[in-house]
Write a protein of this length. Structure first.
Lengths: 582, 553
């Protein structure tokens, strides 16, 4: 432990703690801008400068380790003046477009300007003229608003290992863009949206498609069907001042009905279907034995894109099962339309997702048109949906918390809801696979070793007479180590160290998705995750195969998991893709 | 294989040199080459051949002789006679030197016979006893202009690699650092950090692998100290690196040299090759346990890559931007390994210090600044060029004696030191001794060695704009204070320069300077306002005149 004094307050912090952390521990607030709790310091903005007794220069609190006996001053007139001037510099290099900005009201720079009561501009504006890049149709890059904090680049390169974003040029010309100054759509970008989730300002945000939904809702002939993803229900409230993790499932169903949706479904049901198929695939591969293992999950479209671009040698290990949201899309225009006597052409499917990448997934390949039409017509993020709620004049507190989803693609099991957390897909799959292998209805239900925020989680569990080894990775930077272990074993003709691998691109899984409520850190992710496990515990049915709607789906329509019809409608294929499109 | 015998190489080379009755030294550094010294060499060779004097005369291409403004420089040394230095030697004149000076001098080569130069030759000579030479003290540049930088034998003949032999056979790393500490050597790249301290930190860092980096990314406008050292005496720098490696426990060395220095790179490459051939690099150097190897990496032209953490990022193939310290490179440097990073001039001092002892080096200088310092003396002085002076010499002596005073009829107004990170020292303060701390107290810095003399015609606002324009161009863009503050500051200076400034602008300038100095991430941004602060401190009237001139109109 290290003892130091900050503003004459004695503080004790563990070795390696920064001055910023020490100050927080002492109950002191140092303003920051570029620092994000998820990331190491980029030290770019210069707002968090403090003084250390005996040091020649001011230092950045975010990047300077606390040292024994240090005496730190965090606030004095000179420090405040330097911070204010630095802030004025940043403001002079930023367009004054708060009113039309995607981050209006959630912007960290706006907060800081307010904190420093900036009322007039000290410096004339020098704002770059760079066009926005919406070539991915999922996330939009507006480099003019970028304050070069470096968070997006760090996330993209270090955390996600994608290396789509980088800094180009230097000095005042510095800007974020993919290497070679190509459009993000042509770059290795996997549309995970972690750049936008970490951006302090409005320089990276989701591609807004709410207008298309309003339009469809106005159109009498359209039969509008909607689904919400597991993770959305525990994050939406944050935009309305509610605690992260608070489960608003009922209120969301209610809001959607008031908006005019004809059928309100739940992606959790799709998750139960995914489990039926994926667990069956797993059991089949277990029977086949060695070479076909491990089975790797594919619910996450960013992970799929990443694998197709960077790890296509592992393609044969990928589950061919579509993601839950794609399954609901297909089933809405086939199974549901059949039952309801609807012309699938009139069915308009909307998905509300924690994810920017789902916007990409809905046209990813021909299998996303399994119904003969585009299975999901529009996919929007939690953030877009929160604005729709406001625009429709709905007040969360006034909505019915007990509302239920519509049959026959709505009722879900607890296994479906935990899909939104890292480890959840694996846990849900094991709950069903155990039954499929042993026929035991009361086998282990909770697998706590694979829950939580540790980057790679491994577990060995006994299913019947077999030891099953699983690995769960989230945050794509954590995937490579797992894959390399598998590769090394397979190359030497040995058994794979894991039988089943779950991968989610975003840290924490979908709860930490790139389309979730603004401002996220691990504390918030944990609360959202806890919200999902609470939902799971609340459910009477917690195993997918026990869901009566699932049973009906197979009895009435699909016959059995991996049947010809299931394969035609609910499965997809993969193809190696170049990292750069041009 | 037996280790190389340095003493034998030395004796053989001295004998070889002594076999010539006459040696012609021609400056073949970038400056003189650009004024066609290579053509002069060709002409000399031709003339020597045509007079059939190939066995009597050796033509030695050398590094910088210092008086760059008057290049190409050629020094003729006939055995038993006083050396003669010629300036602005073109090919035609070179032939005349052979036919009208050397040939007759050799013909009458009698020990006590003083050959009298004909006037047309004499008019082009530079006396070697003038203050420009007499006031200098050469340690780093001891070989510059005296040896062929592309010959390891020539270096060894001047006691090169003696220090390496001495430390490898007789000294412990701790003893080396002790000598460096005694010498008081501080970083010559501009920071002035005590070298012994840096080496101690690197030595104490525990790791399987360590690096030594030689920083040759000199970038100050108008400064060419490091380039000249690399071009004139690459083996001295290499020997310095080897000693630093042994002292800190490093296995690998990297020369980071900017690509704009092709000749320096070429000569360093050659030096490394020669050292390898002589087993002074590689495994078990001089038969000891010490093994070490070197490579060269080129800088692509970013000024900020002279900053140590940006330099390391550049070597690793990343964008050349600084990162916060700690961890310092001596703990976590290139490829995350402990790295001892010193500038070219610093390392070039090391062999002499180890050969002669720390006390010998500390005989020159002031309390806190020991030894000598190389400067690129330019601007409005008669003798502009590359100089090496003992620390503690006053700026007045440098400007008036070595520089020969103002080259225009106008009075000297100020001396700029430290380049874009430095400031101006006004005429009234010229008695200031050359010293890290005294320069800093006066609002400038010693820097890497740029020294520009200014006269009454030079506008201080324009000077500040010029330097700031340079740092704005070279800002890496990583941190906001440097990236934006620099440009805002520059715009304000230009506004004032155009006569459109107001008094309020001066206040804004002061605020911007304060924030840039305090909140920039690296030395580039922290020191970028120095030329502005310094000119504003000493010549505020010039700023006010520009502001008021508009009011008067």
């Amino acid at each position: 432990m290290i003892n130091l004094k900050i503003n004459n307050i004695d503080v004790r912090v563990p070795e390696g703690a920064t001055i910023l952390e020490a100050a927080n521990k002492a109950g002191l607030w140092i303003p920051t801008l570029c620092k994000h709790p998820d990331l190491g310091p980029t030290a770019a903005c210069g707002i968090c400068v403090v003084k250390i007794k005996g040091a020649k220069n001011m230092v950045r609190a975010c990047a300077s380790p606390a040292e024994e006996g240090m005496e730190v001053t965090t606030h004095d007139p000179e420090l405040v003046r330097v911070r204010r001037t630095t802030l004025e510099m940043i403001l002079s290099n930023h367009p004054n477009e708060c009113l039309t900005c995607a981050r209006n009201g959630t912007c960290e720079l706006q907060d800081l300007a307010e904190e420093f009561s900036v009322r007039e501009r000290l410096l004339p504006p020098i704002v770059p003229d760079i066009s926005t890049d919406d070539s991915t149709r999922t996330i939009v890059l507006d480099p003019r608003k970028c304050i070069k904090c470096g968070r997006c680049v760090t996330v993209c390169q270090q955390k996600q290992d994608v290396w789509a974003l980088s800094f180009l040029e230097r000095g005042l010309e510095t800007r974020i863009a993919p290497a070679g100054d190509i459009g993000l759509g042509d770059s290795p970008c996997i549309r995970c949206g972690q750049c936008s989730a970490h951006c302090p300002v409005g320089a990276i945000y989701e591609y807004d498609e709410t207008a298309r939904i309003w339009e469809a809702l106005q159109y009498p002939k359209k039969y509008c069907v909607v689904q919400i993803a597991p993770a959305v229900r525990v994050s939406l409230g944050e935009a309305f001042g509610r605690e992260p993790g608070e489960n608003l499932t009922g209120q969301i169903y209610s809001a959607l009905r008031r908006m005019g949706f004809d059928a309100v479904f739940d992606t959790n049901f799709g998750a139960d279907v995914t489990i039926m198929e994926e667990a069956a695939e797993f059991v089949e591969r277990i029977k086949q034995g060695n070479g076909s293992l491990p089975l790797i999950t594919t619910c996450c479209p960013s992970w799929v894109d990443f694998m197709e671009k960077y790890h296509s040698d592992m393609m044969e290990h990928f589950s061919s099962c579509k993601s839950p949201h794609a399954i609901i899309g297909t089933l809405s225009k086939t199974y549901y339309a059949d039952k309801m006597g609807l012309d699938p052409k009139d069915v308009f499917t909307v998905s509300i997702m924690p994810c920017t990448s789902k916007k990409y997934e809905i046209t990813r390949s021909s299998s996303m048109f399994a119904s003969g039409l585009q299975d999901v017509d529009v996919s929007i993020t939690t953030r877009e949906f929160s604005r729709m709620v406001r625009q429709d004049g709905l007040i969360i507190e006034q909505l019915n918390a007990d509302e239920k989803p519509d049959s026959i693609l709505g009722e879900y099991s607890g296994a479906g809801t935990i899909f939104g957390a890292s480890g959840g897909v694996m846990e849900a799959a094991l709950r069903t696979a155990q039954y499929q292998i042993t026929g035991d209805e009361n086998a282990e239900l909770e697998f706590k070793e694979i829950r939580g925020l540790q980057g790679v989680k491994v577990m060995e569990t006994k299913v019947g007479d077999k030891n099953i080894r699983v690995a769960v990775a989230h945050g794509l930077g954590n995937v490579e180590t797992v894959l390399n272990e598998v590769r090394a074993a397979l190359r030497q003709g040995q058994e794979s160290p894991y039988h089943f691998v779950e991968v989610m691109a975003c840290p924490g899984g979908c709860v930490g998705g790139g389309g979730q409520a603004w401002k996220v850190d691990n504390k918030i992710r944990e609360k959202r995750i806890e919200g999902l496990y609470r939902d799971d515990r609340k459910q009477r049915i917690r195993r997918s195969y026990q869901n009566t709607s699932i049973r009906r789906l197979y009895e009435d329509f699909l016959n059995e998991p991996l049947s010809a019809k299931a394969k035609e409608l609910l499965h997809t294929s993969y193809t190696a893709r170049p990292q750069y499109q041009r | 294989m037996p280790p190389v015998n340095i003493e034998k190489i030395k004796n053989d080379e001295i004998k070889r040199q002594n076999d010539f009755c006459c040696r012609i030294f021609v400056c073949a550094s970038t400056g003189c080459i650009s004024s066609q010294s290579m053509e002069a060499i060709d002409a000399l060779e031709e003339a020597v051949k045509s007079h059939d004097l190939e066995n009597e005369i050796e033509i030695v291409p050398t590094g910088c002789m210092g008086l760059c403004a008057r290049g190409p420089l050629v020094r003729v040394e006939v055995a038993g006679q006083k050396p003669v230095l010629y300036e602005t030697v073109d090919p035609m004149f070179a032939r005349l030197v052979v036919s009208e000076h050397i040939r007759p001098a050799l013909a009458k080569s009698v020990k006590d016979y003083a050959f009298k130069l004909p006037d047309f030759l004499k008019n082009r000579t530079v006396p070697l006893d003038i203050d420009f030479f007499a006031q200098q003290q050469k340690v780093v540049l001891a070989n510059a202009g005296d040896i062929d930088p592309e010959s390891i034998e020539a270096y060894i003949a001047r006691d090169g690699y003696k220090a390496l032999e001495k430390i490898l056979l007789n000294m412990s790393p701790e003893q080396i650092i002790e000598q460096i500490e005694k010498s008081g050597l501080r970083g010559r790249g501009g920071g002035g950090f005590p070298v012994a301290k840096k080496w101690t930190f690197a030595r104490q860092s525990q790791a399987e692998y360590k690096y030594v980096i030689c920083n040759g990314d000199e970038g100050d406008p108008g400064a060419y100290m490091d380039r000249s050292i690399l071009e004139a005496d690459p083996h001295a720098v290499l020997e310095g690196v080897l000693i630093a490696a042994y002292a800190t426990g490093a296995q690998e060395g990297i020369f980071y040299i900017r690509a704009e220095y092709p000749l320096a790179i070429e000569r360093m490459k050659k030096a490394i090759r020669q050292a390898k051939r002589n087993k002074l690099l590689g495994k078990n150097i001089l038969g000891t346990e010490f093994s070490f190897d070197c490579q060269i990496r080129l800088g692509a032209g970013a000024f900020v890559c002279g900053e140590e953490t940006a330099l390391i990022a550049s070597i690793e193939g990343r964008r050349g931007t600084p990162r916060p310290r700690p961890p310092y490179p001596s703990v976590k440097g290139v490829w995350d390994m402990p790295t001892c990073l010193n500038n070219v001039e610093t390392l070039a001092n090391v062999p002499s210090i180890l050969r002669n002892g720390g006390d010998w080096f500390a005989q020159w200088g002031t309390g806190s600044s020991k030894g000598t310092k190389v400067f690129a003396l330019t601007g409005k002085v008669i003798n502009s060029g590359l100089i090496e002076i003992p620390m503690g010499l006053s700026l007045r002596e440098v400007v008036e004696k070595i520089g020969g005073g103002s080259s225009t009829a106008k009075e000297i107004k100020a001396v700029q030191t430290g380049g874009p990170s430095g400031g101006v020292i006004k005429r009234e303060d010229l008695d200031l001794p050359v010293c890290y701390d005294r320069f800093q107290q006066a609002g400038s810095i010693m820097g890497s060695g740029g020294m520009i003399v200014m006269d009454q015609d030079d506008s201080m606002v324009d000077i500040a704009s010029f330097y700031l324009g340079f740092t704005v161009d070279e800002s890496c863009g990583k941190c906001a204070p440097c990236r934006i503050g620099g440009k805002q500051l520059l715009d304000l200076l230009e506004k004032i320069s155009q006569g459109k400034g107001t008094k309020k602008d001066i206040e804004s300038i002061k605020l911007l300077c304060e924030a840039m100095r305090s909140a920039s991430l690296c030395g580039l941004g922290q020191t970028a306002p120095n030329p502005v602060v310094s000119t504003l401190t000493y010549f505020e009237n010039e700023y006010l005149e520009k502001i008021n001139s508009e009011v008067c109109k």
